[in-house]
Design a protein around this ligand. Sequence first.
Ligand SMILES: *Cc1c(COP(=O)(O)O)cnc(C)c1O
Length: 216
Amino acid sequence: MSLVDAIRARRQAIERELASLAPGPPPRIVCVTKTHPIEVVRAAIEAGCDLLGENYAQELASKHEALGEAAVRWHFIGRLQTRRIATVARVADVVESLARLEEARRLASMGYAGDVLVQVAPPGAPPGRNGVDAREAGTLIEQVRELGLRLRGVMGVALPGPEDEVRRFFRTLTGLAEAYGLPERSFGMSADWRVATTEGATLLRLGTALLGPRPE
Ligand SMILES: *Cc1c(COP(=O)(O)O)cnc(C)c1O
């Protein structure tokens, strides 16, 4: 089977399950292409992936450039580094990983017009993991709004662990989105997309489940 056929088959199998698991409209899939070479990104696009996710600004920029005007939307899902934030602002259609007021200020000062999601950290996240503490998320959400950014939702990466803890974190995210009237809820990765879907995710970020293991 060609790579394109393999990705398409995995995608279709996942989509069939989403239709039965989702309480509402099924979530859309962001295909996470980080560390995969450009041939794999091209194969994913040919297999029907139209939302692509990247974690590193320079990798995002070089893939964006290599693909030219391909009809895809790029989601930035990595930590926003100060010295790379202008690159992200230039290329990303959606920034899913905004976690600090300073990043919001910089994006706003650059006139960033794409969609923005606030990344919330799971309880007990080790230091250094990206994301605002859930107790401070409301304040950041209000500040991001006041800056005039197109705030659309919340994003989270669950810690690996028992399903009920993963579910509880996804419920925290859904609660925040509802409290602030935000339509997008980006949670669910290869290990937990079924739980995420039953908890009302609108975006799943899938790497391994679609593309297989990442090259180092
Ligand atoms: C790498 C990554 C993903 C995809 O991970 P998989 O487990 O391969 O699906 C999703 N979200 C973020 C933020 C990531 O860094």
